[in-house]
Design a protein around this ligand. Structure first.
Ligand code: PMP
Length: 285
């Protein structure tokens, strides 16, 4: 993926895709001092773009550094990348990290913060599963206690256990893994939030130790507009059996129906289809 034509925005300017490189002594590579965003552009407009730029800056602050570009500058960078590559429909990845410099230890006050924005064409995150209902494994790793890590940040360090969980799931023929939290409550998938339907009402884990996704908030708004009761609460693993429908939400995942989690089965029901299709319309409108 690194050896291809195209442009990536790096520290204020567009560079050739092949030249968008970092040094091996980059602080973030050693100590996970990196935050990022995942965004999607539809018909030339990035959905909730400003909110993503604000979250990137906020994630950096939670890791004790500043993104040296304003929201306006980040907005321009994202659209410059899309224009330079000629894309109107693409996934956009903005990333900020502590770079290489005189600090090689844990502390990194003197290393410059680096920022890049890349974009690429990325179809359905879950491929065919998007229509049929994804099959999820139950992850061995749990979302950590908020006292352990700044869980509101979209930070690289929080994804170590996600990659491990997703690989274990794929090895079992699943698309993704559902993770419990440190207390044993249902939390989320490795890169998407989760929703359940029971008796016409929607239940979703309270985001008190994982990312309160922008898609999640959008979908809650859509449900409320329909007059559907949405309860954000702690969900016990035993309750999985009682839910009729399930879906995942995320910028990459969009609204993906879930057909199975471990041994628990769900139908791709009318509400799931409605929300999935309405989300597609919303992001393109
Ligand atoms: N949880 C995790 C761990 C994620 O990586 C993502 C994707 N950013 C989400 C939830 C969903 O967030 P959003 O809807 O803002 O993309």
């Amino acid at each position: 993926y690194d050896d291809r034509d195209g442009k990536i925005w790096m520290n204020g300017k567009l560079v050739d895709w092949r030249d968008a490189k970092v040094h091996v002594l980059t602080h973030a590579l050693h100590y996970a001092s990196s935050v990022f965003e995942g965004e999607r552009c539809y018909n030339g407009t990035i959905f909730k773009s400003v909110q993503h730029s604000e979250r990137l800056r906020n994630s950096a602050n939670l890791l004790d550094f500043d993104v040296p570009y304003s929201v306006e500058e980040l907005e321009k960078a994202k659209y410059d990348v899309l224009t330079a590559n000629g894309w109107t429909d693409a996934y956009v990845r903005a990333i900020a990290w502590r770079g290489a410099g005189e600090d090689m230890g844990v502390a990194s006050r003197n290393n410059p913060v680096q920022v890049a924005v890349a974009a690429w064409e990325w179809g359905n995150y879950y491929g065919d599963a998007k229509m049929k209902g994804a099959k999820l494994d139950i992850a061995k790793w749990r979302r950590p206690d908020p006292a352990t890590i700044p869980c509101e940040a979209k930070a690289a360090g929080l994804y170590m256990i996600c990659t491990m969980s997703k690989h274990a799931a794929e090895d079992k023929g699943c698309s993704d893994a559902m993770m419990f939290d440190y207390r044993g409550y249902v939390a989320e998938a490795t890169g998407a939030n989760i929703f359940f339907v029971k008796n016409g009402e929607v239940h979703t884990p309270k985001p008190d130790c994982f990312l309160n996704g922008i898609t999640r908030q959008t979908v809650i708004g859509m449900l409320k507009e329909r007059g559907i009761t949405v309860t954000e609460r702690h969900i016990m693993p035993e309750e999985l059996e009682s839910f009729e429908q399930c879906w995942l939400t995320g910028t990459a995942a969009e609204v993906t129906p879930v057909g199975q989690i471990g041994d628990y089965k769900f139908e791709v029901g009318a509400l799931t289809r409605d929300i999935s299709e309405s989300y597609e319309k919303l992001v393109r409108s």
